[in-house]
Structures are given as C-alpha cells and as structure tokens.
Design a protein around this ligand. Structure first.
Ligand code: SAM
Length: 306
C-alpha cells in the first residue's frame, strides 16, 4: 500500500489479490466469510413514499405507501466450503505481521469445522479466544433454542508476542454494579469473551442495505484492542466495508476486498466523504490500479446495470 493512501478497496477474487500482498505486512485481519448457508443472501430495501389516498397513516398524520426500491444479494453457497477457505487462510497467515492477529467471524453451523481448519493452519497454540457475539433479533422457532449468536475465533501469528491494547478497550457497565462498589462501578468493566451487541438497527444511519452487514460497534472493539494506530487492517470479505469504516475512524489504514459489484457500490456511497481512498479494479495478473475514488464506482454501476 502506498504510504499516502488511508484505504484501498479492491474489486476482485480475494485469493488472487491476497497472493500479491507482501508477507508480514498487515497488523490485523478481520473476515466474515459467507456462512455457507446454501441460500442467496438477499435484502430488499423499502422506501416510504407519501401517497395521496391509499397507504398507511404515518409521520404527521400523512399517508404513505411502502415501495420496494431494490434487492441486493450474493450467493452464499460453495461446493466445498473448507476447500474454498483453506488457501485464503494460508495466505492470511503469511501476510500477517509477526505480532498480528486474525479475527474469523462465522456462524454456529460451520464454526466447528472452521476451528479445526484454522488450528491446522495457525497451530492450536495460536488460538487465543472465541468471542460469542450475542444479539436478540429476528424470529424464534418453537422447536429448539432460538440461535442468537455468532462465533468469532481469534488467532495470532505468535502467541508469545501479539498486540492487545488492554488499556484502550472501552469499558462497559457491570451487570450488578451494587456488588463491586462505587469506584469500580463508575469505571466499568472490561468486556469478556461474550459480547452483547445489537445487530445494525433497521432505521439507523449505519444501515447500508447490504445483507449481512455487521455493526460498527463490534469492529471498533476489535480494532481498538488488536491493532495500533497506522497499522493496516485487512478485510478480504468486505461486503459493505464496515471494517474499513471503523479502521478509518480509529486512525488505522485499511485494505478491503470484495468480488461482488453490489458491495463495491455500497462501499462507494459509504466512503464518498473519506479522504485518500484508492479503488482498484483487480485483474488477476498483471495488476492494474485503475484510478481513484468515485470514477471507479461510476464504471461499476454502469457495468452492473447493463
Ligand atoms: C458475510 S459478507 C461480509 C459482510 C461484511 N462483514 C459487512 O459488514 O458488510 C461476505 C462477503 O464476501 C464476499 N465474497 C465471497 N466470496 C468472495 C471472494 N472469493 N472474493 C472476494 N469477496 C468474496 C461476498 O461478496 C460478500 O460481500
């Protein structure tokens, strides 16, 4: 990455791009690969448009109609999921800095297979934690415990020397502040390996409309704890670019990769105001940087709408 660029966004298959990244050059990797659910991940955005007669009654007593304004999606299916992940994880380990960390975000159906794969690539001694991200949203089946968490595995390159900024982690309130005394209660406690955090709320400013978008709050906590200012933070399953946005806000550099034109469109809108972001349309060898900022977004939109 050029020193000047705060962020780079690559459009292309992540394996080709990872193979071009120099060894030991990245301080932190966060990835949230498709979960192999076998579904097409889709999200339809609905706009509320003021209507003359019909429709429901809403803000200031006016009438509104709900109009679908588009569906975004990507295919969450691979013939052999672990075979797909393995070469990418091998590259991830190679490019991690000697004191670097990788966070691997997955759902409960795939987590166990992935843990064994990751142990094989990083070594069991390099496994530091499993974060349980617990939320409370969506349907509740009546025939089993409603699944309401994701798993995030943490691996480091060197278990004897890795970045963990204990003092920079934002503290959270104690569950029973009365039990710990006023001084401790005021300071709050360090989060444990179980993180209660809402999903991205439907009507929040944060919401981009990309399916499976993760909350900025989760990424901020990861980046604060496991990277240093100016480190490069890499997400090679970038989606809506949450990792890049959190990294930028915290003064880190970022590198994002996605092969879905819709993800690139969302990121172009999300990052429109950010300075020093470079867009790279990756052709597997030779590699051609094709310009900066929104020119590339415009080209992508045109190609995609044909
Ligand atoms: C679960 S989503 C990531 C969502 C992201 N964490 C966010 O907050 O928006 C997974 C992403 O991986 C991308 N992807 C899947 N296979 C890929 C590949 N071979 N190369 C690059 N991106 C890929 C998909 O297009 C999708 O955007």
């Amino acid at each position: 990455m050029k020193n000047a660029a705060r962020g780079q966004i690559y459009f292309g298959d992540n394996l080709d791009i990872l193979r071009q990244i120099p060894s030991e050059s990245v301080g932190l990797i966060y990835i949230d690969p498709p979960f192999n659910t076998g579904k097409i991940q889709k999200r339809t955005q609905i706009a509320a448009i003021e209507a003359a007669h019909d429709g429901y009654r809403g803000f200031q007593g006016k009438r509104y109609q709900r109009i679908p304004i588009g569906t975004r999606g990507y295919i969450d299916f691979f013939d052999d999921y672990l075979e797909f992940l393995e070469p990418r994880l091998i590259e991830a380990r190679r490019i991690l800095a000697p004191n670097g960390t990788m966070y691997f975000h997955i759902d409960y159906r795939e987590a166990h297979y992935c843990k064994i794969l990751l142990d094989g690539i990083f070594g069991r001694e390099s496994f530091i934690n499993e974060i349980i991200w617990a939320y409370d949203y969506g349907g509740r089946p009546k025939n089993r415990w409603p699944p309401k968490h994701d798993n995030i595995f943490i691996y480091v390159k060197n278990p004897k020397n890795y970045v963990f900024n204990y003092d920079d982690i934002e503290r959270i309130p104690y569950m029973a502040p009365g039990l710990v005394g006023p001084e401790k209660a005021a300071k709050g406690k360090l989060p444990t390996d179980t993180w209660w955090h809402t999903i991205v709320p439907t009507n929040s400013r944060e919401k981009t409309g990309y399916p499976t978008q993760k909350p900025l709050g989760i990424l901020r906590r990861i980046i604060q704890a496991s990277s240093r200012p100016d480190d490069i933070v890499l997400d090679f399953f970038a989606g809506s670019g949450t990792t890049g946005m959190a990294a930028y806000e915290l003064g880190r550099r970022f590198m994002l990769i996605d092969n879905n034109p819709e993800a690139l469109e969302i990121m172009a809108k999300r990052f429109a105001e950010l300075k020093d972001v470079e867009w790279i349309n990756f052709e597997p060898k030779p590699y051609h940087p094709v310009g900066r900022t929104r020119d590339i977004f415009d080209n992508l939109s045109l190609q995609h709408n044909k």
